[in-house]
Design a protein around this ligand. Structure first.
Ligand code: ZN
Ligand code: ZN
Length: 373
């Protein structure tokens, strides 16, 4: 009898990703696990088969061998054995259970992956995560800044301190689920029996019910509100970077854990400074005379003004580099540079006197000026 195909066993496509393989195995292992099918030999066989298939297909090297040569590629029949557990003989149940425990931590952890909760503890609620955008000037980016951000979010109800119970009343353990927050039902199918775990319909999974709901929040424990959050933004951030404020999101219903707040950075454009990575570029207009004769000038940087010496005979659009005057590198040392581009300024109008001076200059220079032939 030839061995069945590993992909068929798992019900997975041949091109399935590692995750899809894992999911497919999970589904089968969950269904056929011996703890869920006591005494069922057929389920045990299927569990073993699925685990063996998973052991091979979840290992890139073995999977590639199997894809190319089938079971023979794994050395089946001869020395080395066809079982991923080594020497020749098949794969026994204890091997399979061990592999399953190693990969998924047993059925308890397994339940968790399916949204169940194993140990019968009520779920801890968690508030929603929120996002807020914050605009920064280039100066704030260069120096880092502390921002106070107002966030519209769900906050704990002040009337009931988040419990959801009206003052004076209290919460009590849910009678339907006995406080565990979940209901287990044994179901039978042609594949055997399994246990279906779902959230309790009476308490929504909390395990407790409110005797008399708070009027301020309709028993939810949260109300719409606003909070101001202080965020320290380090120097060197860029658009799209974000800072996580742990617990800065929505409060959870009836006293759970707050969600987080993601503060997303957005850089504002600046009139003078243009950012290129950690460098900044600035254009400085100079007169023709300044470029020809040279000059000293105070140039703005993100750290105040700095003296720049422009030597005589500087062509328009020449770029001067000011080392370390750019933006600090995030999570690293040092800063980028500032690039100063001097650009000839051309007046849109001159008076008679100026025109005369320029014409005299033109006469004097015209012989030396380069020509395009
Ligand atoms: Zn309330
Ligand atoms: Zn309940």
């Amino acid at each position: 009898m030839s061995k069945p195909d590993y992909y068929e066993i798992l019900g997975a496509d041949r091109n399935a990703s590692k995750d899809e393989i894992k999911k497919a195995y999970r589904k089968r292992a969950f269904k056929y696990h011996p703890d869920k099918n006591p005494g069922d030999k057929e389920a045990e066989e299927k569990f073993k088969e699925a685990t063996e298939a998973y052991e091979v297909l979840s290992d890139p090297e073995r999977r590639s061998l199997y894809d190319q040569y089938g079971h023979a590629g794994l050395g089946g029949g001869g020395a080395g054995g066809g079982s991923p557990f080594g020497q020749g003989q098949g794969f026994d149940l204890s091997d399979a259970l061990r592999a399953f425990m190693r990969d998924f931590g047993g059925l308890g952890g397994f339940d968790e992956m399916f949204g169940g909760r194993g140990g019968g503890r009520p779920r801890t609620r968690r508030g929603r995560d929120l996002q807020v955008r914050v605009k920064l000037t280039i100066h704030e980016v260069a120096h880092g800044v502390e921002k106070q951000i107002r966030v519209a979010r769900l906050v704990e109800c002040g009337k009931c301190a988040g419990s959801g119970a009206s003052p004076g009343s209290s919460t009590k353990s849910c009678g339907v689920c006995g406080g565990s927050g979940q209901i287990k039902q044994v179901q039978r199918s042609i594949l055997g029996q399994f246990i279906n775990v779902s959230d309790c319909h009476n308490c929504g999974g909390d395990g407790v019910v409110v005797e008399s709901p708070c009027k301020g929040c309709n028993g939810t424990g949260v109300v719409r509100g606003e909070k101001t959050v202080k965020v320290r933004i380090p120097a060197g951030v860029a658009s799209g970077n974000y800072i996580t404020v742990s617990g800065g999101g929505d409060s959870a219903e009836r006293g759970g854990q707050n969600g987080d707040l993601y503060v997303i950075i957005e850089e504002e454009e600046d009139d003078f400074f243009e950012r290129h990575g950690n460098d900044v570029v600035i254009d400085v207009p100079l007169t023709y005379t300044q470029l020809v004769l040279g000059t000293k000038l105070e140039v703005p940087t993100l750290d105040g003004h700095v003296l720049l010496k422009v030597p005589p005979g500087t062509p328009s659009h020449k770029v001067f580099r000011m080392k370390g005057k750019g933006i600090p590198r995030l999570n690293s040392y040092g800063s980028g540079d500032q690039l100063v581009r001097v650009v000839a300024w051309v007046p849109d109008k001159v008076n008679k006197e100026e025109a005369q001076i320029l014409m005299d200059l033109e006469k004097s220079l015209s012989d030396r000026a380069p020509r395009v032939k």
